[in-house]
Design a protein around this ligand. Sequence first.
Ligand code: ADQ
Length: 748
Amino acid sequence: MKMILRLIVSLVFVIACVVFTFSYWQARQEEVRLKNELERRASIIADSLKLSVEPLLPAEDRKYLQRIVDKFSNRERLVGIAVDDIQGHPVLASLGLKPKLKEYPKVLAHNIQEVERLNTEYGEFISFGKDSLHAYSVPLASNEKTTHVLTLFHDVAFIQERVHRIWINSFWRALVQALLITLTTTFVIYLNVMKPIKKTTEWIKKIRRGESPEKLDSKNEQLLGPLAREITKMAKSLEKARISAEEEARLRYATESQWTSDRLKEFVREKLHGKNLFVVSNREPYMHIKKGNGIECIIPASGLVTAIEPILKACGGTWIAQGNGSADRETVDKDDKLQVPPEEPQYVLRRIWIEKELDDGFYSGFSNEGIWPLCHIAHTRPIFRENDWEAYQKVNKKFAAAVLEEIKGIDEPNILIQDYHFALLPSMIKAVRPDTRVAIFWHIPWPNPESFGICPWRQEVLKGMLGADLIGFHTQFHCNNFIETVDRFLESRIDYEHFTVNREGQTSWIKPFPISIDFNSANNYPAGAAETKETLLKKYNIQAELIGLGVDRLDYTKGIVERFRAVELFLERYPLYRGQFTFIELAAPSRTIITKYKEFVDEVVRESERINARFKNKGWQPIHLLMKHHSHAAIAPFYRYADLCLVTSLHDGMNLVAKEYIAARQDGAGTLILSQFTGASRELKDAFIVNPYDVGQVAEAIRAALEMPLPEQRDKMLRMRAVLKDKNIYRWASMLIGELAGVRVEKA
Ligand code: ADQ
């Protein structure tokens, strides 16, 4: 587009220069021609008038002379006639001219002087007040001696008018030419360059995605010449490589136990019979924001994004999510879609727009001030407002409409709904398309029936969820809580042997799927150039030998304040570590418009400052609170060099930070202190499992972790790494998708 714009601007510039030069030349020519013509005309009139006036000069009676002068002055463009003596004294003038000559008595002085000097006719363009005139003077003689001067005044405004008109006409001509040339150029370039390039790009993309496209269009081949031939060759080898890689993956899948992206891809293709997957979540995986004059693409801090992204990367499909980045609207096509990841597109992101007021009720209100504290037993009271509930229903409806639009024409589509923002979505989709296979995965804990029972719309929420064929939680414990809650509040048939709920003919399977991370992905934790512990600490101006690390969204469920207090108690009990041990908290601001979260941020800052003020000494401080969203690449070196990682959530569905820390420890060193209230604590048995409310226990765990001999650290770390290598995100996805694909649905 920029290229076309540049071309058009250059063309318009050149046209403007050419038109300007020609117009200037034409205007000049016309002006000279008109002036010459005027002078010739003045000379003819003056000569014939001279013959009539000269004989009458000696006569005393000027009346006859005046009549002649008045009669002549009616001619076209002739403003008036004047007769002066050779000294410049006015003798007579035509009627209209008299008052003007009185006003400007010196106007003819130059003409008279020139006539006297040259003793012949003389013409000059003069300003007569506001008017521009041409004054043409001829000598009048008496007894062969020049005694008087006769002057004719012609109006020259018509010359300027004519020149002006030339410029106006040229302007319009230039404009029309520029417009025609611009349109033609754009059209020709679009048809002959842009369109073939676009088609070729699509063709290359298809090859890269593994779809076997038809041959490259022969027209495009002509345009791109040798480049096209090379690309075609490359495509062929890529296709061959892909086929053999898939074959290899198929063979591995039959024999290997570890889940990988390739194995998942094969598995999903087989299970979903090559169909794409539809994922719905509130948070989008890629957000575009305006930065300076440009647009930046960021990956929001979220466990959900971390977990779901690899699945869609592996099997392709459409992710439907809310677009709320400041440049999100500018980066989608007319259907609100874009291909992601931006650097290597593998699936489609469809953005849904929710007005601010509605989103406040849906996201901040019902989802995060209602359901979030309701499901997390962190002793923060949920707030339920009628308006928020209405907004929640409206947004669920809006997403349901988008999903139904996307799956139009697709037989038995598979839909994976993410999280507590969309409890009503499964039944909304099923009501219209009973042939869909719908799973909802609840990323946060499910509380006991007593806790859940305080929700004024508990039945509606449960009924909405029970529209799904599959309802997934992180742990069996959360599944138990859910089934007990359904049993307590809804009329339904529960099968405890298979863990299913049957309501009004719809069966929902309730199953645990402990979520995980892409353990092997070097991209998530890049080897990180030549960063060492020293350079890392220097970069952040941190003085310490031993590092404790916390990585969280700033959320009251993450136990950040409790963690700080444990650090405080640890330094109080073991003063030798002062000046040596520093705790670094990488905290990403989250849900900042909610009052509870604002208060929480203040509390976190206050506590860190209080503890720092208490212990800090000679450039060392116990807590470094780095409050911002960090990229995965920025977090990676912290994971790699932290002697311990503190995960002290008061309640957490799983907690991916614990898993990320372990995955990053390729050196086998480091220790994990993990809250017993996280889903992760069920799998990572070799961590120090602690009760975050027991500050003393956490302080002791910090000491034990720091003093654990390296071989013991390695033993534990290697065991935990083995667990995660096996129970990685691809296994999670395969379990979830395998179960979903096995669901029997009504035929469309
Ligand atoms: P979250 O509550 O968001 O997820 P978590 O599982 O810990 O919590 O995942 C957080 C993610 O955000 C991690 O990938 C982490 O690297 C990233 N992150 C944290 N702090 C960051 C920072 N300062 N800058 C940038 N990135 C940061 C919800 C549930 C969890 C569940 C996940 C997945 O609450 O219990 O594990 O979904 O299901």
